[in-house]
Design a binder for this molecule. Structure first.
Ligand code: FES
Length: 117
C-alpha cells in the first residue's frame, strides 16, 4: 500500500526533536515542506542540487541502509555543506521507502548556501 505513512524524526542542534510523516517516494525535503516544518534556510534550492542547505547527518547504520548511494553531484554539493561528516547526505536526495520508517536524522545548527559562496 503506497499510502502508508513513513515516520521521520529530525533532531535539531538545539535539542528539539520533530517527528513528521511522509509517503513513499517523498524526499526528506518534501516531508519538511509538506509539514511546514520551520528549519531556517533549509532546502533553499528546492531540491535542484545547487545549495547544500538540506544537509542532514545520519547514524552510520542508517547511512549504510539507504537504498541509493550519493551521486557525484550530491557529493560535490556536500563538500560545501556546513559541518560535513562521513555520514552526511542531502535531504532532497533521500527518498522515503517503507523500510526507512522510524528514520532519525540530525539537522546541523546552520546552513551554508553554496549558491552564495
Ligand atoms: Fe538544495 Fe537539496 S535543497 S541541494
Amino acid at each position: 500500500n503506497n499510502d502508508k505513512l513513513i515516520k521521520v524524526t529530525f533532531n535539531k542542534a538545539n535539542g528539539d526533536k520533530i517527528t513528521a510523516e511522509g509517503k513513499k517516494g517523498d524526499s526528506l525535503l518534501d516531508v519538511i515542506i509538506n509539514n511546514n516544518l520551520d528549519f531556517d534556510g533549509y532546502g533553499a534550492c528546492e531540491g535542484t542540487l545547487t545549495c547544500s542547505t538540506c544537509h542532514v547527518i545520519l547514524d552510520s547504520k542508517d547511512y549504510d541502509a539507504l537504498p541509493d548511494k550519493p551521486s557525484d553531484e550530491e557529493l560535490d554539493m556536500l563538500d560545501l555543506a556546513y559541518n560535513l561528516t562521513d555520514t552526511s547526505r542531502l535531504g532532497c536526495q533521500i527518498i522515503l521507502e517503507e523500510k526507512l520508517d522510524g528514520l532519525e536524522v540530525q539537522v546541523p545548527a546552520t546552513v551554508n548556501d553554496a549558491r552564495y559562496n
